[in-house]
Design a binder for this molecule. Sequence first.
Ligand SMILES: C=C(O[C@@H]1C=C(C(=O)O)C=C[C@H]1O)C(=O)O
Length: 419
Amino acid sequence: MTSAPEKGIAARLRVHSRPMGADTELLDLLPAPDGVLTWLRDGEGLVGWGEALRFTPSGPNRFTQADLWWRGVCEHSEVLDEVRLPGTGAVAFVSMAFADHPGDSVLVVPRVLVGRRDGVTWVTEISADGDGAPVNRSVQPVRRTGTVRYSEGELPVTGYRRAVRAAVDRMRAGELGKVVLAHDLVATAEEPFDPRFLLHGLAERYPSCWVYAVEGLLGATPEMLLSKLDDEVTSRVLAGTSWPHGGVSADELAARLLSSPKNREEHAYAVESLVETLRPHCATLRAPASPEVLRLPNVLHLSSDVTGRLRQTTDAPSLLRLAAAVHPTAAVGGTPQKAAVEMIAELERMDRGRYAGPVGWIDARGDGELGIALRCAQVIGTTARLFAGCGLVADSDPDSEVTEAAAKLVPIRDALEGN
Ligand SMILES: C=C(O[C@@H]1C=C(C(=O)O)C=C[C@H]1O)C(=O)O
């Protein structure tokens, strides 16, 4: 369940947040390629480095384990917070595995975190008992990626097309309503990838996405699983995709997407799955009657922003507990959820790891933001494993799903290659 160098709940954190000058881009503050922690959108958010604590839950109870661990850590913290904003005080970066098996999730409390929210910038320094050593501040310049070579992952494109066809056949036979199948691709460079180089590229080109990095999983996701601030929860549900092709104008693509029954069906499954699982926790919950179109440079998505207010209870759920309830939505799993998750394991036959799992941050109040880890790569040294998937319904066409997955890989490929 846990692995070294974790420190148990008894470790006492000392946390100090104080205001800081706001003249530097947050990504430029990351001193070295190792242990990069990031959650940014449009120049604001959090960057962190160094490690005060870590926890690696796994299995079906990983969210509960994470929640209990984090609550224990916060109860044992000594906090001096001179800023008092969401994300000040004790914060953990979070990246949860998609599936119950296999794979570890990870929570990392950095030694140093710099945050920016509504133009206010702060620095938080954190140390755990017996860990008073100064954080290494030696700055290493950002390294561009050299030549990148691609090779097949655990599920090559030919196998993916076959898996999509098999899923579509089974949905036509009425086995389930929707399933999201993904495949991977491996990129190799001569020198280790520098996550900061990739993050800069993603942040520049996809400012409306949440750019993230936790334990080598990094990307720019357009999809917000849940954000929580006091009793307010919001989610951006995406499902139903189009991509620029054949000189068709963006307006025309958007109009076709909005009027496509297949895409509307995919989208409705995703919204319903979120609303059904979130509703028991909410006093009010609103989903728009019909989706909007979210336009990104590589793809267009049907998009619904869902907002809610949590029920007043003595035991208010934290963001992690809410994420346990809603993950995986039908944006990355399917409907019905259990059958879809089983079909994913059976047909993909690959380990998704933390791809398509919740990624983001939590603070000591149980607030924070968890996106869905999409448009990403798992980077280890000179290797990066890229992932992309597509929602399938009975009407899906395997060839166009393969093309859609390729379009979803464009941001992370461009970032890796420095295009
Ligand atoms: C599964 C992915 O994306 C999801 C699937 C979508 C779709 O099939 O239309 C759209 C957005 C995401 O919810 C991915 O990017 O890998």
